[in-house]
Design a protein around this ligand. Structure first.
Ligand code: FE2
Length: 429
């Protein structure tokens, strides 16, 4: 037996691997100096902390690939979204952001990130509204990115909520946001004043990404309008410029309403583009379909079909207690569970795929694969879940028993225990 020294030794867990089977073999994992030192069926090591996992799953951390931390925890301020629509949400946020301060943004963002981290989320991509005149949301989130970097990785997208061409100043504001260090450039083509403005905004986004060498993540076709067709503009730009791996189309809910003749043609261009997709099932099922009577559409993109074609699909909350969605806890298993339901991904492999969409696929979307995953030598970012496999984790929204970030235990949660106190039922003969 090799005798290593390590800080933490996890004994007898089931190590989840990307695209793996539901039943994984039991292993020990040793952590030292913030990294995964060794993974093997049985390790004999001196460790300052030994945790017996008894078959619990060891997962790479959850990835929240789409959230708005600048608006998180503001539900009801200054008023509730009574219609429940995307557009009333935008109106309410336009009022709320008049009162933003740096402290306000930072306090709510850090509170939300802690809530997420305690549930095993260690990688987050947040949009920052840069159509707000003083760029307070952006500055607040950039400061938070630095303040939390020792325990969570935060990416910030320069997102023009009111459109790049919705106001004379917005084009300059988005470029200033990139100068200040945003990780990605965003857009909202379906909310630009005209179809032509929407197309122009997409070309502008790609130009800005090239100029500042950033990722791209566009709120694209987040509407039930079957004529909202900006995804094709993104795909065409990605094909021409060869940068699909760094490009993400978020939402694309209109894709769920396209006729199949158009959708099937589009699919072949999407294959060639190699772009990433993010669906936000909690929000999509809530905000979309609001103008329908019956039958009422689900308002979610074609998650199953994109996944079946091998395109990279990940999932996000989008919102946690804000003008668009007053619920949400930051738990990515809630998101995966909703995807299983509304995307009708109930086959066993499909359920496992929904788990992968909040872990490995998210890491690919965020372009952080080099530092992500359960391999010797990688940063020790991992979650021990009170579950036996992915299906069990999603079905029961398994708690994150232990959360390790950069090799440090940053959160642990004790399972609730219920005891039957009712009348005993005699066994049937
Ligand atoms: Fe969003």
């Amino acid at each position: 037996m090799v005798d290593y020294q390590c800080e933490v030794l996890l004994k007898g867990g089931q190590l989840l691997q990307a695209g793996g089977n539901s039943h994984e073999e039991r292993v020990d994992v040793a952590i030292a100096n913030g990294r995964i030192l060794a993974i093997a069926p049985s390790l004999s090591l001196k460790a300052s902390q030994v945790l017996e996992l008894d078959g619990k799953i060891i997962s790479p951390p959850f990835v929240e690939s789409h959230i708005h931390l600048d608006s998180a925890l503001t539900a009801g301020e200054p008023r509730w979204n009574q219609s429940g629509t995307l557009f009333e949400g935008i109106e309410i946020w336009r009022e709320r952001k008049e009162t933003l301060s740096l402290e306000d943004v930072k306090q709510r963002a850090i509170a939300t990130l802690k809530q997420q981290a305690m549930q095993g989320v260690l990688f987050v991509r947040s949009h920052a509204d840069v159509s707000e005149k003083n760029l307070i949301a952006l500055q607040g989130l950039l400061e938070v990115r630095e303040a939390v970097k020792d325990w969570i990785t935060l990416q910030v997208v320069a997102f023009p909520q009111d459109g790049i061409y919705g106001s004379p100043k917005n084009d300059e504001l988005i470029e200033e946001a990139l100068r200040q260090g945003a990780d990605a450039v965003g857009g909202i083509p379906h909310y630009e004043p005209t179809r032509e403005d929407g197309v122009a905004s997409m070309h502008r986004v790609f130009d800005l990404a090239e100029k500042y060498d950033t990722l791209i993540d566009v709120h694209c076709d987040e509407i039930d309008d079957d004529q909202s067709r900006f995804l094709e503009v993104i795909a065409a730009n990605a094909i021409r410029r060869g940068n699909g791996a760094k490009v993400t189309a978020s939402h694309t809910t209109a894709f769920g309403s396209y006729n199949n003749a158009y959708a099937f043609k589009l699919m072949s261009f999407l294959d060639r583009s190699g772009i990433n997709f993010i669906a936000n099932p909690l929000i999509n099922i809530t905000l979309q379909g609001r103008t329908d009577t019956y039958p009422k559409r689900r308002g979610v993109t074609r998650v199953k079909e994109l996944w079946q074609r091998g395109l990279n699909v990940s999932l996000g909350h989008d919102c946690v207690q804000d003008p668009w969605y007053s619920l949400g806890t930051g738990n990515m298993l809630d998101v995966a569970s909703m995807a299983v339901h509304i995307c009708q991904m109930t086959g066993r492999q499909e359920i496992d795929a929904c788990y992968d969409m909040v872990t490995w696929h998210g890491a690919k979307t965020l372009h952080v694969e080099d530092e992500y995953g359960l391999e010797e030598g990688k940063p020790a970012n991992l979650v021990v879940l009170e579950a036996s496999d992915r299906y069990d984790a999603i079905r029961r929204r398994a708690i994150a028993r232990y959360v390790f970030s950069r090799g440090r235990l940053i959160a642990n949660t004790t399972p609730a225990q219920s005891q039957w106190q009712g009348i005993e039922t005699p066994a049937l003969a």
